[in-house]
Design a protein around this ligand. Sequence first.
Ligand code: EPU
Length: 418
Amino acid sequence: MEKLIIRGSNRLYGDVKISGMKNSALPVIFGTIAVNDVCTIKNLPDISDIALALETLEMIGATVRFIDTSTVIIDTRGVQMKSPPLEHVSKMRASIYLLGAMLGRFGKAEVGYPGGCDFGLRPINLHIKGFEALGAKITFSTAAMIEGETPNGLAGNIVYFDIASVGATINVMLAAALAKGTTVIENAAREPHIVDMACFLNACGANISGAGTSMIRIKGVERLHGCTYELAPDMIEAGTYMVAAAATGGSICVHNVVPKHMESISAKLREIGIPVGIMGNTITVTGTDSFRGTEIRTNPYPGFPTDMHPQFSALLALSKGMSTVSEGIYSGRFKYVSELNKMGANIEVVENAALINGVEKLHGASVKATDLRAGACLVIAALAAEGITTISNIEYIDRGYENLVEKLRSLGADIRRG
Ligand code: EPU
């Protein structure tokens, strides 16, 4: 298995262009099933999760044609109501969007249980609750299979979520786009990916308003049609490069971002003493030799994103003083801590928080990525550390970061696959 080999301590300087957003690209890809037409998707990130999602679509009858690495034409007119192979859907959380898309288009669905990064329990009860509110009957035929039926079709309703779930909000939006009547989602998630997905569906003829607020209204339409849609930039990829600039004491201009999406991240960097400049859709982060510790609690958007937690822990491991990073979304998101400690960090996990005692330096070590963002955290630590770090399990990192090695090399990093 390939590893990443990083010789640290180079300050990173230069420009990096952010790719399209993974967490809206995935529902858009699965959403094309409900569209039942030809869609052109632009600014698609070239990452393994997207390749897997497109392959899954092809297995149920879609045709997929790339125009260039970031533009794909997806024709779902030939898609059949059948279950894609379990080994595909069980590798990613986003495969749960097959359920909403198929219920919307065929009135029934049969999908394997989704997988994805392991942060402890990742239930799908809110997705099910949403579909049931629209009139679907959901059963678990075996431990690994979910079946959905709509004996009287899908009908609009009020759907209230106890937790503002990104996935459940997107899935209900998808099914409700083709339901009879109006659906109102209360306590909807507000992440930029929700807005991106709503804009895509609206470009296909859906009637969705309020995306980006906690109440989304979906007036069902009879059918959707194909469109050309350009995905928004990936806020987590952007945040990862911003933190890499801070951790290495360099200066990186991060291009093609929506600064509004980055507010919680920019604010935290400024709070610990790292300057962040914004000009149009470019953010420049300039590292300093010393910065303060802080307290972070992850929360749904516009709060601090859980998907930036591990990367910030790598940065705060090098701060002056104590920091706390508490997790408000996933109880099991601390597997990176033992790996960072192998590199000289001083972090202890107490209940749902990482207590970080800043150290002067990290050193190279042999470590393993335990999930996507944990992998990004180790890359940042390795770039800042003295000596050579070898990171294994890098297939996790490939799921979410386009051309990571090339982008970091262009900024002056000494990094290679081996
Ligand atoms: N939850 C439930 N029941 C449900 C759904 C969620 O209890 O039916 C809970 C979860 O256990 C969690 C919280 O609600 O505690 C929020 O989960 P959410 O549904 O918002 O997460 P998700 O849709 O499964 C997406 C991203 C994750 C990201 C989270 C939170 C995708 C494919 N995944 O997951 O991205 O961490 O939202 O923002 O969109 C990543 O990119 O590295 C990643 C893990």
